[in-house]
Design a protein around this ligand. Structure first.
Ligand code: ADP
Length: 326
């Protein structure tokens, strides 16, 4: 493999708090170790459209505490085509980029994997998504902040729920996974979490009602993971109105509130460690791996293991939730 001199860096897919901390860590670690850094704007779109600039340490000053991403992010259809990736490769050569660090979720790392295999090009990925749905890492960058935002919001909704004796379905993000809903439910003392991992096995709503739901309480909060599999908060509320009209049901969809905001200390530290590890990985000759954390230790996870792989939720947490909501 030719020696790496210049490292390109991009953020792609959905933004997540902590991406800026990761950008800072990758840039500064790379420069510290003698590499040049090129910042690529708007994810793969900037690679295709040639929005690529030199990045110095000052470019990443004063960003660690901001949500979003200073490199911007985008979704890019062209990168899914052979011609788009060819154009991206030409721009990579034009700017003398020898390796890429890609910060993003499942889709972004799938694109990285495809590109790396087609062009035999070294890429290291960082898991940047609030959904925590990448396998091989205990946490993704942004997840902890989103969880804290959910907690903040639900605490406020609880005041209204209890003042009015209402049943609230609160929809949270998570794509096809229930990490935010389940852990959010534990953190807020919610009645239940309705999550896609369980929806195909059992009727969680019917079970909730049957087990004497709200027997000893005057209000209830249920967190619902957005997903066609759960039916979302709207779908469930519709069902309750039809099947259990005795309940005064309300819906709140937290939506993009969950994405932004200043990252928590945990996310800043995780992003800083993972960003530094991305440069270590390249120096060690690693390629086509995602940086993960496993029991607080940094690990290199092959793209094939991280992407499109189910990451199981902790079923013990479901049991704890059930036990604590009596
Ligand atoms: P996330 O990274 O948050 O999961 P997306 O799924 O929207 O976000 O993916 C972000 C971008 O990654 C897409 O817009 C596309 O440019 C690229 N991408 C996703 N999947 C592939 C693929 N199979 N091949 C090439 N590029 C892909």
């Amino acid at each position: 493999m030719a020696a790496i001199k210049t490292i390109g860096l991009l953020t792609s897919g959905g933004d997540a708090p902590g991406m800026n901390a990761a950008i800072r860590a990758v840039t500064r670690s790379a420069i510290y170790n003698g590499y040049k850094v090129k910042g690529i704007y708007r994810g793969y779109k900037g690679l295709v459209d040639d929005e690529i600039v030199d990045f110095k340490t000052q470019n990443v000053s004063n960003i660690i505490h901001h949500g979003g991403t200073i490199l911007k992010t985008a979704r890019c259809k062209e990168f899914k085509t052979d011609e788009g990736r060819q154009q991206a490769y030409e721009n990579i050569k034009k700017h003398g980029i020898d390796a890429l660090v890609v910060i993003g979720g499942d889709g972004s790392l799938s694109g990285a994997r495809q590109f790396a295999s087609e062009y035999d090009f070294p890429i290291v990925g960082l898991p940047g998504t609030i959904d925590n749905d990448l396998a091989g890492t205990d946490h993704t960058i942004g997840y902890d902040t989103a969880l804290n935002t959910i907690m903040w919001c639900v605490d406020r909704i609880r005041d209204t729920a209890s003042s009015h004796d209402r049943l609230f379905f609160i929809e949270v993000m998570g794509r096809e996974s229930g990490f935010l809903a389940l852990n959010g439910a534990i953190a807020t003392g919610a009645e239940a979490a309705i999550i896609p991992e369980i929806s195909t096995e059992q009727d969680q709503l019917a079970e909730l009602i049957e087990r004497g739901f709200r027997k000893s309480k005057n209000s209830s909060i249920v967190l619902v993971a957005e997903s066609p599999v759960t039916g979302g908060a709207m779908g469930l509320a519709e069902r309750v109105r039809k099947e259990y009209p005795q309940y005064d049901v309300r819906v709140t969809i937290l939506g993009h509130l969950q994405r932004g905001g200043s990252p928590t200390a945990q996310d800043r530290i995780l992003a800083s460690r993972m960003g530094a590890a991305a440069i270590d990985a390249l120096m060690e000759g690693q390629r086509n791996v995602m940086i993960g954390d496993d029991d607080e230790k940094i690990v290199y996870v092959p793209f094939s293991k991280a992407i499109h792989n189910d990451k199981p939720i902790d079923r013990e947490l479901l049991e704890i939730l059930r036990r604590l909501s009596i």
